[in-house]
Design a binder for this molecule. Structure first.
Ligand code: COA
Length: 255
């Protein structure tokens, strides 16, 4: 599996590629996640070049997790540069969506499209989550899990999510949520000119669909798909519907 050294950090990523660098898509996971969150989409979404890194300090990547969205967006810039990608479609979930927005705002010419899944232009975090992650990690993870999935999510999926979040050192998960808590680009959305697809689970309690609706109203070329029977982990809970929405959007926005 590919690894890349970026500024001294060993970064692990998966790649589905049939050559060339046009129509590249980079999938960015959320707080405490890994590339595995995109496992289904990496197989199902058509496109010659799909990449999904584990962010620094996450999953199989080395390096240090960041504590700001801008810090992760800077990493993303280096990752794209390392792959030789000059124009990309960015797909981000939750914190990954914040990273994609930050990057698009500061590097507009490098972003073809944005696909923002279960995210928002401001991501305040419940203080009890943030505090709990430092004081009683396991209970805090349990609390977040309780909000992250819809009632119809299979128990195995929730159990996998628990395993994955608990695999992070507490300071990594805390740093990610801290980064989200300080993210706010609500006043800058008018600057985004590229087409955007917003996807949100109807039962999302961590980034309710109101957040996606706000984005749709403020960005010129935005469309929104609300997915029923799904919560915040919508791409895992309803993977086929999410992939289909992405595929349709790609068709609509391909010249
Ligand atoms: N898009 C649109 N509206 C947003 C928004 C976004 N991204 N973020 C906040 N708002 C709205 C809120 O709905 C609220 O509207 P209201 O006054 O009509 O109810 C207003 O802006 C202020 O909200 P917020 O900035 O979040 O501050 P708050 O002090 O009201 O609430 C929390 C703080 C943490 C309780 C709240 O943000 C929350 O419940 N967050 C979801 C849970 C969470 O921790 N999610 C993790 C995200 S990574």
């Amino acid at each position: 599996m590919p690894k890349m050294k970026i500024a001294g950090e060993d970064i692990y990523y998966v790649q589905r590629s049939t050559g060339g660098t046009e129509s590249s898509m980079v999938f960015i996971h959320g707080a405490g996640g890994t590339h595995r969150h995109w496992g289904y989409q990496l197989q199902a979404v058509p496109g010659p070049n799909l990449y999904a890194p584990d962010l620094p300090g996450h999953g199989r990547s080395g390096g240090g997790a960041r504590t700001s969205i801008t810090g992760y967006a800077e990493f993303l810039g280096s990752f794209l540069e390392g792959l030789g990608l000059t124009r990309t479609t960015l797909v981000g979930h939750s914190m990954g969506g914040a990273i994609a927005q930050d990057f698009a705002l500061n590097h507009a010419s490098e972003v073809d499209r944005l696909i923002l899944v279960g995210t928002g232009a401001r991501l305040r975090v419940l203080p009890s989550f943030l505090q709990g992650l430092l004081n009683d990690f396991e209970s805090a993870v349990e609390m977040i899990l309780g909000y992250a999935y819809s009632d119809s999510a299979p128990q195995e999926l929730v159990d996998l999510g628990r395993q994955e979040w608990l695999a992070n050192p507490p300071e990594v998960l805390h740093g990610d949520f801290f980064a989200c808590d300080n993210f706010d680009v609500m006043d800058r959305l008018g600057e985004i000119r590229c087409p955007i697809l917003l996807i949100c689970g109807e039962e999302d309690q961590l980034t309710p669909s109101k957040y996606s609706q706000f984005l749709r109203e403020r960005v010129a070329e935005a469309m929104l798909t609300i997915i029923p029977r799904a919560g915040h982990m919508v791409m895992l809970e309803q993977p086929e519907q999410v992939s289909r929405a992405i595929e349709e959007f790609l068709k609509m926005t391909t010249a």
